[in-house]
Design a protein around this ligand. Structure first.
Ligand code: COA
Length: 213
């Protein structure tokens, strides 16, 4: 197990585990990034992002560099945690949690991708349940936000199903083209009404201290 509290942190549901994205897990996830399985059609990510890089080896290299840069930029008012989504021992995608603190407000937002072969079987919804449990129960978040291009049926369906309220449209660029993005917002009170009792957090206390949250 990692000695870094942010990598040792795990979230376990009956279906999957979110594990801090160690170098070993990233090495295994790289196969999905290399073969284009992290991307989708219509394009789900706003620019710029390594996952749109055309050359497979350069894509993996830029993706790893982006994660390293995100870890270095860490501070208590603004951080990003990177988790591998592990199903039956196999890393099949990533679920990131981004935190921003402003006075007593602690807002989190999420970013995720699942390898194409594992989509459409409820894993996306389950991993969002898992990361929200960490955010609200483990880290005391006050609200969670999300956003997805309006034609991203999977991501928008997950937000709707988990009780997020629509929070306006913003325009972003993807692959160089402007497109509308749906913003979503979930308050702690709404999450609390539907909270699950079958999700386990391990090593959250040390991580919370390290985050300063
Ligand atoms: C978004 C993503 C993580 C969702 O994961 P998933 O495992 O496919 O989603 P689930 O199987 O849990 O489905 C969740 C809901 O979305 C719906 N859905 C999933 N894919 C869909 C699709 N292509 N078209 C229409 N509906 C879809 C499901 O029917 C389900 O709806 P329900 O809750 O009403 O039953 C996954 O599709 C993905 O990795 N996409 C590419 C990257 C991406 O879009 N990341 C998010 C960027 S904002």
């Amino acid at each position: 197990m990692s000695t870094d509290p942010l990598l040792a942190l795990t979230v376990t549901t009956p279906v999957l585990q979110l594990c801090g994205a160690t170098e070993e897990l990233l090495d295994r996830l790289a196969a999905h990034v290399r073969n284009g399985q992290a991307d989708a059609e219509p394009p789900p990510f706003d620019d710029p992002i390594s996952l749109y890089e055309a050359d497979p080896e350069l894509r993996v290299q830029k993706w790893r560099q982006g994660i390293n840069r995100g870890r270095v930029r860490f501070d208590s008012d603004s951080w990003r945690l990177y988790f591998a989504v592990v199903v039956d021992g196999e890393p099949v995608g990533m679920q990131d949690l981004l935190g921003a603190r402003d006075g007593n407000d602690r807002t989190v937002t999420t970013f995720s991708w699942l390898a194409a072969a594992f989509r459409g079987r409820g894993i996306g919804r389950e991993m969002r349940h898992a990361i929200l449990h960490l955010a609200f129960d483990g880290l005391g978040a006050s609200e969670a936000t999300s956003s997805a291009f309006t034609d991203n049926s999977g991501s928008n369906a997950v937000s709707r199903a988990l009780g997020y309220e629509p929070d306006g449209i913003e325009w972003q660029t993807r692959r160089g083209q402007r497109a509308p993005m749906q913003r979503w917002r979930l308050t702690r009170a709404v999450w609390q009404r539907e909270r699950r009792d079958d999700i386990r957090l391990d090593d959250v206390q040390a991580a919370s201290v390290r985050l300063g949250w």
